[in-house]
Design a protein around this ligand. Sequence first.
Ligand SMILES: [Zn+2]
Length: 217
Amino acid sequence: MSKSFKFLLFAGFLLWNISSKAQNEVYESPVKQEIPDTSFVNLKDFSKDFVYDMKYATEDNFLKAKVYDCAECFLRMKTVKALIEANNDFKKKGFRIKLYDCYRPLSIQKRMWEIVSNPNYVADPKKGSIHNRGGAVDISIVDSNGKEVDMGTPFDFFGIEASHDYAKLSKKVKSNRKFLKKIMIKNGFNSFDSEWWHYNLKTGLKDKVSNQNWKCE
Ligand SMILES: [Zn+2]
């Protein structure tokens, strides 16, 4: 074999090796698939920094019935993203978000409406709530000891005292509600006048109402 032929063979082998390696690299590390913003996801798969008190997975709610099989917080991906951003802001100040309710299947909305047919507190299932669209959350905040911040009324208190502009609240309660509202609005949510705990993702009304149920492990 001539020297130049040997060299060509070697160079060819080298080139083949490099190109096959490059191809392999593409196959070995597939591009991470971006989850569409409107997909339903479980919040706990994206953050461990939330506190859960999913009231409808217990009997401690106004329905007096456990209507969810397990205490999971499902939301659209875009709601999860905004909520994590909001929680990061709360964490910087020593607080964390506590969740009471997230996505709510339409069938549950119908049961709620049968008990409380007042649109100030429960959305008419004919229109559907943003909870049914995966864009609403019912929340409060807890301090660094896990103690819930005083918001003046419990969650799902169906009375005037639960509204944001109720005047006869202590200064502390007013400032706590204001703090919650300020951070949530900054991160893409709207507040709801008659319920201090309810927040809607600003773009949440665009999505379809769903009756999809999640699987419990
Ligand atoms: Zn709500």
